[in-house]
Write a protein that binds this ligand. Sequence first.
Ligand code: MF3
Ligand code: CO
Length: 254
Amino acid sequence: MAVTIKSEREIELMRESCKILAEVHAKLGEAVMPGISTGEINALGEQLIRSYDCVPNFLNYNGYPASICVSVNDEVVHGIPSKDRILNEGDIVSLDAGLIYKGYHSDAARTYPVGQISDEAAQLIAVTRQSFFEGIKYAREGCHLHDISNAIDAYCGRFGYGVVRDLVGHGIGTSLHEDPQIPNFRQWRRGVRLRAGMTLAIEPMINMGSYQVAWLDDDWTVVTQDGSLSAHYENTVLITKGEPEILTLLPGMD
Ligand code: MF3
Ligand code: CO
């Protein structure tokens, strides 16, 4: 499938979908604290999404059984929330959420500290976030897709972190996953030329140790093979002729 270019009308709908998701994320971030269960975070997320008359796009996606992916510590992505999984002081937790507004999908992820965390864990979260911003320096018309991948990889490599290779970012629009796939690690081809009107979910997944991952027996939860911590940061981005528009980030929000 070719990469879709959104019309001005579609871009407006993407903007609204992503703005709602940013508000959902802000509220979910406030709920992260020692003692809350990952199941409670999921329930809150689903309730928030539905309160905006939107639909959680992860729920039942390829059979995924929840609305919010909640991934703790060495869990990279796609953790399945549970009332029995309680967050403890010192944990880090990645919340990945998405929704559909008038047929248009949004997708974003954040990693949060639970109470006080180690300096090493805080650095992993900060570097993962910053790697997204290093990548999107090239998210503009005229650059090539893999300029983004290479910038993310180069930045994380400076810290000795492992850049996950088995999962990638993606185009997004009337489907959650559209072309192109967006790797976060070094590529030897340029990839597609970026054009104004493309909407991309750019999502570095970064491990403190090796890049290698494994799947738990639930067939969803992705964990680091070496048990090291992992962080995730994702926004839905609009390519323009100039600076990219980060659609899932509201002014003054992180
Ligand atoms: N943000 C993730 C992605 O882009 C989450 C979707 S996977 C799901 O693939 F199955 F949980 F929906
Ligand atoms: Co995504």
